[in-house]
Ligand binder design. Structure first.
Ligand SMILES: [Zn+2]
Length: 423
């Protein structure tokens, strides 16, 4: 059966209305849009998301990991499903588009399939994954990790800055943390996963391109560097006799930046936060800690950059007589998207006459975890000024509609394939 792509044109007013309605759920005491995981505004918004899925005919359920899962039954009645979705939580003082457009376009596309009487072979599953953004517990993508089978018991014991365990926060949110650990889907459950997301970077807008076909999701290495020197009197200790931990950490900040500046096109290195003690004027610091991260879609570069940073920092610290050790906090490898899915997304854009280009994703996404379960692809739409994770984050309505239309075409094409497999 060939599918009439024109008939599946998304409903612009409905999409725009849903975007505006979901944005209403935020903490109005702070600037921008704050709807962090486990917050009251997030709780309220999820009930609204559930209702939208129900209105679209998706018969939603909330799984024990907190994912809101809607399903449009296909002709086959069972077997692997086409899956799409994203997240509706935000960072603190974030925007109205990151994640949100993936969930709302997923609902819209499913609704258009239903309204046009287009019955797919496969079930179409639309998911609003729980808590994708980085949180105070230091673990992002809670819901997509759970379905991918990589949410672990030790994650539940992590504590936030108030001393609350993640497991307790999940429970307080009305979910069952132990059942969440058993939410893993089977690899055979996913025919293909396609996520639409805002680019969060400037490449599409600056090149006048409507659609980004994502080639890979960047790997992220987080590095904690610890420096131990010797405290001393700032007035009487000769410069040559110092073992100043803070100065070593400051040199490390520059080593991180140097690694990033030497990166190929899609590598970045960022010193995130520095702490030292004693925090006192008149005293030479004896302790310092520096958190840094490097990201790239190129795993070889990541490894090399990590080694370069650590070698340079170790040498510099040794020269000052400062003890140095290092801990790697997360080590997420780059995740390439499926090449066949890249082709199908590009062809869907071509059929609609939309210019597209291949782009890497510097940000992490639920899709990186879903890739464990089946072939994964991502569609990007432009971010105005490349801005994201801030109130100024903006994607034009026409870009979201076009992205939704490409998503519809991609899902319809993948539905026709018995198996999605790159050659
Ligand atoms: Zn996101």
């Amino acid at each position: 059966m060939s599918i009439d792509l024109d008939a599946l044109t998304p409903h612009p007013e409905r999409l725009a209305e849903r975007l505006a309605s979901l944005a209403e759920f935020h903490d109005s005491t702070r600037p921008g849009w704050s709807r962090e995981v486990f917050s009251e505004s997030y709780r309220a918004s999820r009930e609204w998301v559930r209702r939208q899925m129900a209105d679209a005919g998706l018969d939603p359920v909330v799984d024990p990991a907190g994912n809101i899962v809607g399903r449009l039954p296909g002709r086959r009645g069972s077997g692997p499903a086409l899956v799409t979705g994203s997240h509706t939580d935000t960072v603190a003082q974030g925007g109205r588009f990151d994640g949100i457009v993936g969930v709302l376009t997923g609902i819209e596309v499913a609704q258009r399939f239903r309204e046009t009487g287009t019955t797919l072979e496969h079930d179409l599953v639309v998911v609003d994954f729980l808590g994708e953004e980085a949180n105070d517990f230091g673990i992002s993508c809670l819901g997509s990790r759970a379905v991918a089978g990589v949410l672990r018991p030790e994650h539940l014991d992590r504590v936030d800055s108030t001393g609350t365990r993640l497991g307790d926060a999940i429970e307080r949110f009305g979910l069952d943390p132990h059942a969440a650990l058993r939410q893993a889907w089977n690899p055979g459950d996913v025919h293909a996963y396609v996520e639409l997301h805002v680019e969060q970077g400037p490449l599409l807008e600056s090149s006048g391109t409507s659609i980004g076909v994502v080639t890979a999701i960047a790997g992220i290495d987080r590095i904690l560097m610890r420096f131990a020197g010797r405290a001393g009197h700032a007035g009487t200790t000769h410069m040559a006799d110092r073992h100043d931990a803070l100065v070593s950490a400051a040199a490390a900040v520059l080593a991180v930046e140097r690694a990033g500046c030497g990166a190929p096109v899609h590598g970045v290195a960022t010193p995130g936060c520095i702490e030292s003690s004693p925090e006192s004027m008149g005293v030479i610091t004896d302790r310092a800690r520096l958190w840094a991260e490097i990201r790239s879609v190129d795993g070889t570069w990541l490894q090399g950059a990590r080694r370069q940073i650590v070698d340079e920092v170790a040498e510099e610290a040794a020269r000052r007589g400062v003890r140095f050790d290092v801990e790697y906090l997360t080590d997420q490898d780059p995740v390439p998207t499926d090449e066949l899915l890249q082709d199908v997304i590009g062809q869907s854009a071509d059929r609609l006459g939309l210019p597209w280009r291949a782009v890497p994703s510097g940000a992490g996404h639920d899709a990186a975890h879903l890739a464990r379960l089946g072939p994964m692809g991502m569609i990007f739409v432009p971010s105005q000024g490349g801005l994201s994770h801030c109130p100024e984050e903006f994607t034009a309505p026409a870009d979201i509609e076009q992205g939704a239309h490409v998503l519809a075409g991609t899902l319809a094409t993948l539905d026709q394939r018995p198996v999605v497999r790159s050659e």
